[in-house]
Design a protein around this ligand. Structure first.
Ligand code: SAM
Length: 353
C-alpha cells in the first residue's frame, strides 16, 4: 500500500472540530465519520479527544485499508466498517450502540480516488471508465456510457451534471459507440470536448468536468443514498449531539439543507400557542445558511474551494419535543439567533442553483 499520509489536507478541519467539540466532550461520546476516506478528520478527533470512540464508515475498501493503517495506534477505540452511509442503523446495531454524539459527512471523492488514475474518476488522466467508489459491487461508468438509452443519458447529464449541451454530448457518445465500445476516460473526455461549442469551451474549466460528475453520481447512486442517510443519521443522533455536513456541489447541498431545516421547525398546527408533544423542532442550526471556506483555506487546500458546510445540534429531550404541551417561543426557533454567521456565509436560499 502506498503511503498517502500527508498528501491530503482535511477540508475545514479546525472549523469542523470547533463545531463538534461540545458533542465530543459529552460523557461516553461516540463519533461517527460517515465518509472516513483517508482518515484525516478521524485522526484529529482521535488524537484530540482521548476518550472518544470512533465508528468510521466508507464504501471504498481501499480507503478503509489506508485509514486502518493510518489509525492503527487507536485500534482499541475504533470500529472501521465497510458500509454505505445510509446503512448506519445496521452498523450501530451490530456494534451494540443505540446512538452517537458527533458525526461528520465529508461528501464527494477522496484524494485516493482522484489520484489513483485506475479508478477512472479523473478526466485529466487516462484510465478505464470505472468510477465505482465500492469496486466490489455495482455497475461501472463504462456500462452507463455504452448501454444506457440516449434519453436516459441526456437526463443524467442535465440533472446531475447541469450540462447545458447534454444532447450534443450524448449524440457524439452514441455515434462513437456505434463504432465500438467507449472504454477509457481520455476518449470520453475528448468526445465531450469535441461536442461543446468552441465559445463555451473557453470558460468554466475542463468541459468534461460536468459529464464526469454526472456519471459518478449515477454510478454511485449518490443523491438517493444521501437523501436516505441524513434522516437516518439524525434519528440516531443523541440529545446535545452534533452533526457537520460538507458538500461540494449544489445538488448535494440542497438535499442536506432540506433534511436539516425540516427538523428545525415545528410540525404542529401554526395557529396553536402551545407546542403539542412530539411536534416541536428536534434540531437547532449551528450555521446560518451554508458556510463557504475562507480565502486562506482555499489557498492552503484547493480541494476546499467549492465546499459548503452546514451543522446542527440535536435538542435535549426536554426542549419541548416530547412530553406535555408547552408554550411556543415567540421567536421562530429555526435559527434561534444562536447560529454564528461567518464572514461570507450564505443565508438560506441564497446562491442556489
Ligand atoms: C472526501 S472523502 C473523505 C475524506 C476524509 N474526511 C479524510 O479526512 O480523509 C469522501 C469519502 O467518502 C466515501 N463515500 C462517498 N460516498 C459514500 C457512501 N455513500 N457511503 C460510504 N462512504 C462514502 C468515499 O469513498 C470517500 O472515501
Amino acid at each position: 500500500m502506498g503511503e498517502l499520509r500527508g498528501t491530503h489536507v482535511p477540508v475545514l478541519l479546525e472549523r469542523c472540530l470547533e463545531l463538534l467539540t461540545p458533542a465530543l466532550e459529552l460523557p461516553g461520546a461516540v463519533h461517527v465519520d460517515f465518509t472516513l476516506g483517508l482518515g484525516g478528520h478521524a485522526e484529529a478527533v482521535l488524537e484530540r479527544f482521548p476518550e472518544v470512540v470512533l465508528v468510521g464508515l466508507d464504501r471504498d475498501t481501499e480507503a478503509l485499508a489506508h485509514a486502518g493503517h493510518r489509525l492503527a495506534r487507536y485500534a482499541g477505540r475504533m470500529h472501521l466498517v465497510h458500509a454505505v452511509y445510509d446503512e448506519l442503523p445496521r452498523v450501530l446495531e451490530e456494534l451494540d450502540l443505540t446512538e452517537f454524539h458527533s458525526g461528520l459527512f465529508d461528501l464527494g471523492v477522496s484524494s485516493l480516488q482522484l489520484d489513483e488514475a485506475d479508478r477512472g474518476f479523473a478526466y485529466a488522466q487516462d484510465a478505464p471508465l470505472d468510477m465505482r467508489m465500492d469496486q466490489t459491487t455495482g455497475f461501472t461508468a463504462e456500462q452507463v456510457v455504452n448501454e444506457y438509452e440516449p434519453g436516459e443519458l441526456v437526463r443524467i447529464l442535465r440533472q446531475y451534471g447541469e450540462e447545458k449541451f447534454a444532447t450534443r454530448v450524448v449524440s457524439s457518445i452514441v455515434r462513437e459507440r456505434q463504432k465500438g465500445r467507449i472504454t477509457s476516460t481520455a476518449r470520453l473526455a475528448e468526445l465531450v470536448k469535441e461536442s461543446i461549442p468552441a465559445a463555451a469551451r473557453r470558460t468554466g474549466g475542463n468541459p468534461a468536468k460536468r459529464t464526469f460528475q454526472a456519471l459518478r453520481i449515477e454510478v454511485n447512486g449518490e443523491l438517493a443514498t444521501l437523501e436516505a442517510a441524513i434522516p437516518a443519521a439524525l434519528d440516531a443522533l443523541a440529545p446535545k449531539g452534533r452533526l457537520v455536513v460538507m458538500s461540494y456541489q449544489s445538488l448535494e447541498d440542497r438535499i442536506v439543507k432540506r433534511a436539516l431545516t425540516a427538523r428545525t421547525r415545528s410540525t404542529g398546527p401554526v395557529d396553536l400557542p402551545v407546542e403539542l408533544p412530539g411536534t416541536g423542532p428536534t434540531l437547532r442550526l449551528l450555521t446560518r445558511g451554508s458556510e463557504p471556506p475562507s480565502e486562506q483555506e482555499v489557498a492552503e487546500n484547493p480541494r476546499a474551494a467549492s465546499v459548503k458546510l452546514r451543522a446542527v445540534e440535536r435538542l435535549d429531550r426536554h426542549d419541548g419535543t416530547t412530553g406535555a404541551a408547552r408554550e411556543r417561543p415567540r421567536l421562530s426557533t429555526t435559527h434561534g439567533g444562536q447560529g454564528r454567521l461567518r464572514p461570507g456565509a450564505r443565508e438560506e436560499g441564497e446562491g442556489e442553483a
